[in-house]
Design a protein. Structure first.
Length: 186
């Protein structure tokens, strides 16, 4: 078990487990030395350095501001970390027993990223500097530094899971997570 999984597991709502491919990816990141502990907690990235060039995993995130404990939906979401420098979060969504990966954005947007852990890792490996919805509509190659920083992770994802990392990502339309959030908030 990775350090990240060990820190996050006690915070998981009943009935939610972390997908094994995510723990494997965290093990790779930790083996590369991409983890950092400071006065704010533990942080893990799929790239070297201290600049935010994509996702920053952290077991200390909360749903505060979106959902409070006891509210409908709270126990179906697990914050995994920051997905962009604007404060948008990536989360594990327990969608009726299926683990999916979603975003709660800093501007109130909610959208599905991936239907599986492996697809989530493929998305991260593309090299987007941040993954708010608007950035998914652009080519990640516009940020050459992020694409280059994630090249080793991209190669690992392809080799480890026998998949191809695409050049860009497509979002779901209509978006099931946005529909779910809207229904909860109405």
């Amino acid at each position: 078990m990775t350090h990240m999984t060990g820190l996050l597991t006690p915070r998981l709502p009943a009935g939610i487990t972390l997908p094994e491919p995510l723990d494997r990816a965290w093990a790779w990141m930790e083996a590369q030395g991409f983890g950092l502990t400071n006065e704010h907690g533990y942080f893990l990235t799929p790239y070297p350095g201290d600049r935010q060039l994509g996702v920053v995993f952290s077991p200390g995130e909360s749903l505060s501001g979106w959902f409070e404990p006891g509210e409908p939906g709270h126990d179906d979401l697990v914050p995994l970390g920051e997905i962009a420098g604007d404060g948008s979060w990536c989360l594990l969504w327990n969608d009726a027993g299926t683990a999916r990966f979603v975003v709660l954005g800093s501007d109130g947007e909610a959208f599905l990223l991936a239907d599986s852990a492996i697809d989530f890792l493929r998305l991260i490996a593309i090299g987007y500097n941040g993954i708010p919805y608007a950035d998914l509509l652009t080519e990640p190659s516009e940020d050459e530094e992020s694409v280059a920083a994630l090249a080793p992770f991209r190669a690992w994802v392809e080799a480890e899971f026998g998949v191809e990392v695409p050049d860009h990502w497509h979002t779901a339309d209509p978006d099931p997570f946005d529909t779910w959030i809207s229904a909860l908030k109405d």
